[in-house]
Design a protein around this ligand. Structure first.
Ligand code: XMP
Length: 509
């Protein structure tokens, strides 16, 4: 495959790095995030954006930029730390501390000829920096200053190097998108990112690569696996075999509803009921990581068994998306700490000797949803809350068995149905219930009761990396709690989890 022309965002560790790449794509230009140490310049690179980051350029261990990139002649835009790095490396002076600016800061544009073409004289920007550029490098001009008299932007049009101290990628910066757009125009690159074209090209590419062989994929009803399967199905028709493994850890009735809905999308789904096998292997297991491991391995076993029945099988389709690639460190990032081992079908290809197709690998989650819409996939798939691969097993603290699974499925249904009924489902990013391994005393009809406790969890998040607990109305929580304890025997108390991530994680296990 010919490489896309691209804008590379070098990641210096800012929380806004992904946002930079997304803004570029929203403007119609293909962009990729790469860690500075792993970046190799080639002809496909038409512009380079240096992200912000938490470091100080004076710290010898702080991430740098290579001479090769600096002298490449490719247009560069430095943002925040990116600007300080450029100033430092090109002979300017960066000052530590003192002149830091945080939050909304007004800046005055001094020169409108390059990056600030068409931008008003004064704009409100979003700043978050401790260090500042004191002197710009020789042959650079100052193009903006903040009202605190701190240098807010500089450029050297001859070298095509531009830099801003503020964050144009966040909505709090007025005209931020226009500033990024101006940079993209200065690169001379033509827009090349259109999701309808992307889908068409992917389908053709998959057809050409797979030819007459067969491909298999696991479908769960989640957004990513559904969109991936539908794209590949358009390319291969019945040569794609979608397999739905019922591990028995799904929500109430989903083992019937999900395959039914997937079939309506034209997928020729094979359903495998392996729920007994999973439960047997989970017997007596309490440790969350062990549960994940068992579920992952059992999944592979079941899936492999199915795959062996298929002749001419050469490919495995996976719904990996760009944030999985970034998170798993496949872009090269070194500092990815393992907090939980997220289970998907990882581990399969080596065992089964299958080649992988990942039609969504370059896409952010919101782009996957947009593609889903292009493919006419109904909202019930595209707007579903994320659901973890190990399912309810990590929402039952302690051992998973048939009884507590049944209990949790019914509790979960009450919470989710009420969220939908009250029009709150789409206002939270993810919501679920957790069965706790403790009993609590109550009084029911003048008698002492001693029953289970469940926790409700609802969070706001983007991509699940960080999360805030959702501020659901008290009346709503009251109604959910009353309905759960009133209608489900065995649950005596309901609590609401008000912890954010970090320090907690979204799931309890
Ligand atoms: P945590 O609990 O890590 O969750 O804050 C972040 C997001 O990931 C989901 N999650 C998982 N998904 N396998 C998955 O496929 C897993 O083992 C797993 N653990 C957590 C979680 O539901 C949330 O959306």
């Amino acid at each position: 495959m010919e490489k896309h022309q691209r804008i590379v965002v070098l990641d210096y560790g800012s929380q806004y790095t992904q946002l930079l790449a997304r803004r570029v794509r929203e403007l119609g230009f293909y962009s990729e995030i790469i860690t500075p140490d792993d970046f190799e310049c080639d002809e496909s690179v038409k512009g380079i954006i240096l992200s912000g980051g938490p470091n100080s350029v004076y710290d010898p261990s702080s991430p740098n930029i290579s001479d090769e990139v600096l002298n490449s002649g490719i247009p560069i835009l430095g943002v925040c730390y990116g600007m300080q790095l450029l100033a430092h490396r090109l002979g300017g002076k960066v000052e530590e501390g003192e002149l830091g600016e945080y939050g909304g800061v007004e800046v005055e544009i001094i020169d409108h000829s390059g990056l600030f073409k068409g931008i008003p004289k004064k704009i409100r920007t979003w700043m978050s920096h401790g260090d500042s550029v004191r002197n710009v490098p020789e042959s650079f001009k100052i193009t903006s200053k903040s009202l605190n008299n701190v240098i807010a932007a500089m450029e050297n049009p001859k070298k095509k190097i531009y830099a801003v101290q503020f964050h144009p990628e966040v909505v709090q910066t007025q005209y931020g998108i226009e500033i990024i757009k101006n940079f993209l125009e200065l690169t001379g690159m033509k827009p090349n990112w259109d999701l309808e074209d992307y889908v068409r090209e992917k389908i053709e590419e998959i057809k050409a690569v797979v030819g007459n062989s067969k491909a298999i994929c696991a479908v769960s009803g989640g957004v990513d696996s559904t969109v991936a399967a539908v794209i590949v199905n358009k390319a291969l028709g019945n040569n794609l075999v979608p397999v739905f493994v019922n591990h028995g850890l799904l929500r109430l009735n989903e083992e019937h509803e999900v395959p039914f809905a997937l079939k309506k999308l034209g997928l020729n789904v094979i359903t495998v009921d392996a729920s007994k096998e999973f439960l047997t292997r989970l017997k007596g297991v309490e440790d969350p990581e062990k549960k994940r491991k068992i579920i992952g391995e059992t999944f592979i076993r079941v899936f492999e068994r199915e795959a062996r029945k298929i002749e001419r099988l050469e490919y495995l389709v996976q719904g990996t998306i760009y944030s999985d690639v970034i998170e798993s460190g496949s872009t090269g990032s070194k500092n990815v700490a393992k907090i939980k081992s997220h289970h998907n079908v990882g581990g399969l290809p080596e065992k089964m000797d299958l080649k992988i197709i990942e039609p969504l690998r370059e896409l952010f989650k919101d782009e996957v949803r947009k593609i889903g819409k292009i493919l006419n996939i109904p909202d019930e798939f595209l707007e579903r809350h994320p659901f973890p691969g190990p399912g309810l097993a990590i929402r039952i603290i302690g051992e998973v068995n048939k009884e507590n699974l049944e209990l949790l499925k019914r509790v979960d249904k009450i919470f989710i149905d009420l969220l939908k009924e009250k029009d709150l489902y789409h206002k939270v990013w993810q919501a679920f219930t957790v069965l706790l391994p403790i009993k609590s005393v109550g009084v029911v009809g003048d008698k002492r009761a001693y029953e289970n406790v469940v926790a409700l969890r609802a969070v706001q998040s983007s991509e699940g990396m960080t999360a805030e607990w959702s501020n659901l109305p008290y009346e709503f929580l009251d109604e959910v709690a009353k309905k759960i304890v009133g209608s489900i025997k065995g649950i005596g108390r309901v609590v609401y989890d008000i912890t954010s991530k970090p320090p907690a994680t979204i799931e309890w296990e």
